[in-house]
Ligand binder design. Structure first.
Ligand code: F3S
Length: 649
């Protein structure tokens, strides 16, 4: 039987286990990526593990989330990251050089390679045939030290693309259509492999828009085969020698198949405040728009901004609407400027931002209260823009530019008809494509060979091995779909403490209950209770680390998001699954006691645990964990376990 592309790459990198759905496998990692909000802890953990040199083919440290230097804290972090990259042998991308996924795509992503990144949109280079997976920072630190990455073998789903996108529809609409059909939970435990005749009609940047936002489906990753368009893209980046033709065997068998006819795709938007709240733009046309932002790791490339620029050429944006372009990389900024598009857009009324995540996580360009913002980003979770009760619509650059011109949501086809002289933007790419590399410091150009830790860089807190007896109050009961943004908000005023855990922990779950952190500190242990899909969103390991620091022993939830569940194991918090009836019966403040000898039960492979609630009724909770995850949990987390293993030699 033939293999899927995913199976081929995994088999090439397999060091443990068998490629059977649901089985845990260990794979070698070729490349790692980390960014500033997760990176400080990646390096502190790399150091705490006693490691001294990066072992992967490529390791890259980006500074993209917190690039604005309001006071010394971000700047100290940037300097620490530069010094860590220099000391241990990684590439360092300076603040302002761009968003990790965009810069990685341009400089390092290569077909057939495996990549691990401490950011949830790590799957972006899947558009070039790289198998790229998001994980917690500790997994990245271990992989960077040469250790394997462990994962349950996901289902592989064939997404067969037929036809060709019509004018005014874009790759963003393809992934919004997937979200409309499958929801934010539809990809959990799955890898989406794109195949079919529609693939060759999409450029590499279009493919990476789709793989980037596969994360919103909850997918482990998404991947495309390679072809002449991949070769052309790499050639334009002066990396043609890294091209290899890869794709599934003709007789490959998939776990499932979805067919998407590109010819049927129309301009779509995700309404506030979930990426799967998708409708045709025409359904919401006429809604006033006060702000439009084109950019982010999803639609921040030159090819993403160009359609908007062409639509704006010779026009002006609406008087009551503000439009910001935030390129995803300095390369994109440089080409736009070189080709004259920056001036065209400025003349139309656009403001330019440096290449940064910025507004995507509420850092700058916060919308006005009670107003609509249309963004080409990948997430519109409530409050993520920096203001509670926001109304963020996610769209393609074409829909965003149309909204800026009209001052309201409008299908670009209807706007073109109304204006009479607006052509659908084509895509002519300049011959010279790559920008200067001034802001990317290679390991052999490193400016530091020792770590520089300012006062905002703290130590890595460690947990003791798992106790036999776990008990404490249900300190907080939460609903479904709690995101890592709820657990540790990614806004500037909070994330500037990302390397200072005692201070950062004060903000834990403050968006759900601002008394939580104090109550948790005062309580001697305790539990979190949640509904479905707990921990969806980013790979932020602080969302497990801070509850651990506050003394939380475990989480009882109806289900968990994949990366967050791995982070809970990695920091020694027990993730127990409970059913909907029991979830409904537990009340905040109830005493929770795990009746079993927890340490022994975890190590012996026990799956069902008896939980006594309020000294009265009992429920059965399930621990779904591999042998390796059980060893991690018993040791108090992955760091103490790995360090002990290194000590044993
Ligand atoms: Fe940055 Fe937003 Fe992407 S925070 S990495 S632009 S999802």
């Amino acid at each position: 039987m033939g293999q899927t592309l995913t199976e081929q790459i995994l088999e090439d990198h397999l060091v443990e286990g068998e490629l059977e759905t649901g089985e845990e496998i260990g794979i070698d990692i070729d490349q790692v990526l980390t960014q500033d909000t997760t990176g400080t802890f990646v390096w502190l953990q790399f150091e705490a593990l006693g490691l001294d040199e990066v072992q992967t083919e490529v390791a890259a440290q980006y500074c993209d989330h917190q690039t604005y230097q309001f006071d010394f804290k971000n700047t100290d972090d940037h300097r620490f990251l530069r010094s860590a990259a220099g000391t241990f042998g990684a590439h360092f991308s300076r603040p302002g050089n761009g968003i990790c996924h965009n810069v990685h795509k341009e400089n390092f992503a290569a077909p057939g390679k495996t990549m691990l990144g401490s950011d949830s949109h790590t799957p972006t280079p899947g558009g070039l045939g790289e198998l790229a997976i998001g994980s917690g920072g500790l997994d990245v630190a271990v992989a960077m030290g040469g250790g394997p990455y462990y994962i349950e073998m996901p289902e592989v789903v064939n997404v067969r693309l037929e036809g060709e996108l019509p004018e005014w529809s874009s790759a963003k609409d393809v992934i919004l259509e997937m979200l409309r059909r499958l929801s934010v939970k539809g990809g959990v435990g799955k890898i989406f492999e794109y195949t079919g005749p529609g693939v060759e009609t999409l450029s590499v940047p279009e493919r990476t828009t789709i793989t980037n936002m596969g994360t919103e489906l909850g997918a482990t990753t998404s991947i495309f085969p390679t072809d002449e368009r991949t070769r052309e893209y790499l050639a334009k980046q002066d990396r043609e020698d890294e091209y290899v033709e890869i794709g599934p065997d003709e007789d490959a068998e998939y776990d499932d198949e979805i067919v998407v006819d590109l010819s049927d795709i129309e301009p779509l938007v995700a309404k506030p405040s979930m990426p799967d709240n998708v409708v045709p733009v025409r359904e919401v046309a006429g809604e006033d728009v006060e702000q439009v932002i084109v950019g982010s790791c999803t639609n921040g490339g030159y090819e993403d901004i160009l359609p908007a620029a062409k639509m704006l050429e010779g026009r002006e944006i609406d008087m009551k609407t503000e439009m910001i372009v935030a390129p995803g990389s300095k390369q994109a900024s440089e080409i736009l400027a070189r080709e004259g598009w920056t001036a065209e857009m400025m003349a139309a009324g656009v403001n330019f931002s440096e290449a940064t995540c910025g507004a995507c996580i509420g850092i700058g360009h916060v919308p006005a209260s009670d107003s609509v913002s249309v963004r080409t980003f990948n997430r519109n979770f409530e409050g993520r823009s920096g203001i509670e009760d926001d109304a963020v619509f996610l769209s393609s650059p074409e829909v965003a530019a149309a909204a800026a011109i009209k001052g309201e949501l409008v299908d670009p086809r209807d706007l073109a008809e109304e204006l009479g002289d607006m052509e659908a933007p084509g895509m002519e790419l300049p011959e010279k494509y790559n920008g200067s590399k001034t802001d990317l410091i290679a390991p052999d150009e490193a400016v530091d060979d020792d770590l520089i830790k300012g006062p905002n860089i703290g130590d890595v807190p460690l947990k003791d091995p798992l106790d036999a007896h776990l008990a404490g109050p249900a300190l907080l009961k939460m609903d479904d779909n709690i995101t890592t943004d709820h657990i540790i908000p990614a806004t500037q005023d909070i994330l500037m403490y990302r390397s200072n855990i005692p201070k950062l922990s004060e903000f834990t779950l403050s968006r759900v209950d601002d008394t939580f952190a104090q109550r948790a500190l005062e309580s001697d242990g305790g539990f979190l209770v949640a509904g479905e899909n707990y921990g969806q969103g980013s790979s932020r390991e602080h969302a497990a680390l801070c509850p651990m620091y506050l003394g939380i022993e475990g989480v009882l939830a109806q289900s968990f998001a994949r990366i967050h569940k791995a982070n809970l194991f990695n920091f020694g918090l027990i993730p127990l699954t409970i059913d909907a009836d029991d979830y409904a019966k537990i009340e905040q403040g109830d005493d929770i006691e795990i009746v079993d000898d927890v340490a022994e039960a975890v190590e012996s492979g026990q799956e069902e645990f008896t939980v006594r609630v309020d000294d009265g009724w009992e429920l059965t909770a399930t621990l779904d964990a591999s042998e390796r995850e059980r060893r991690i949990l018993a040791a108090g987390g992955k760091l103490p376990l790995t360090r002990a293993q290194y000590d044993e030699g």
